[in-house]
Design a protein around this ligand. Structure first.
Ligand code: 13P
Length: 255
């Protein structure tokens, strides 16, 4: 089975004390355990340098939660892809529903970021997913398809190579209401088939994570499921014990 990918998105949480706690605990966990899954850790950008400098492990990577749409220039407060690259970032989350909602980022804007990230040889983690109303109207596939279409419309042959998609239904984020496994598998399969049919990437090479209220009690549902290649954790990644228990559990099955 392909390496299971666990991404931790800390969002706007954490401080120096929590970061130091995680660094110390992660280091000793990595020293005493074999890690089979791939871990992508995306804290607020200000903490990345410290974490990157202190934790070196073949299966541990740093992610950023966002990036600016410009490579450089007079854009006060923004951070560029090259700057993230400079501090050791490999993956960049884009299109998270919180950015779509609170920062009004639309599909075309996100597609542009996707293209820019690829052009600098970093790996985008593209979040897609429907809201509750759209789900109730049975539009989950339609919404995801529209979000994927914006990337396909870039008309770059290899655009989905070396990228990750995260299916994060908005109604499941931070609500404790995890999506039903059948629903997740159906949507993941749909997205994979759609991308494979409309670009030159093979279905087996498409990687999709699920995110939305994943925790230690429900993680088992997402392991060894044909179309689920990983999970994107929010709340569950903020407690070291929960985070590490999830990694440990996954590593029992995916190696
Ligand atoms: P929760 O795990 O807190 O639902 O957040 C999921 C998420 O948005 C990760 O990007």
């Amino acid at each position: 089975m392909k390496k299971f990918i666990i991404t931790a998105n800390w969002k706007l949480h954490g401080n120096n004390v929590l970061v130091c706690h995680f660094i110390n605990k992660l280091k000793s966990y990595f020293d005493t355990n074999q890690i089979f899954s791939k871990i992508i850790f995306a804290p607020p950008v200000i903490y990345i340098n410290n974490i990157k400098n202190q934790i070196q492990h073949n299966n541990f990577f740093i992610g950023a939660q966002n990036v600016d749409i410009h490579f450089s220039g007079a854009f006060t407060g923004e951070i560029s892809i090259d700057m993230l690259k400079d501090i050791g970032v490999t993956y960049i989350i884009i299109g998270h529903s919180e950015r779509r909602i609170f920062h009004h980022e639309n599909n075309e804007y996100i597609a542009k970021k996707f293209q820019m990230i690829k052009s600098k040889n970093l790996i985008p983690i593209l979040c897609v997913g429907e809201n509750l109303q759209e789900k109730n109207l049975k539009q989950s596939e339609l919404i995801c398809r529209n979000q994927i279409d914006a990337i396909l419309q870039l008309q770059e042959e290899d655009i989905f190579q070396n990228s990750i998609i995260a299916y994060e239904p908005i109604w499941a984020i931070g609500t404790g209401q995890t999506a039903d496994i059948k629903h997740v598998n159906r949507i993941h399969k749909f997205i994979k088939c759609y991308i494979a049919d409309n670009s030159n990437i093979k279905l087996k090479d498409i990687i999709i994570q699920y995110g939305g209220s994943v925790n230690f009690n429900n993680i088992q549902n997402f392991i060894n499921s044909e179309h689920i290649n990983g999970v994107l954790l929010g709340t569950a990644s903020l407690s070291f014990e929960t985070f590490i228990n999830i990694i440990h559990n996954i590593d029992q099955y995916c190696y």
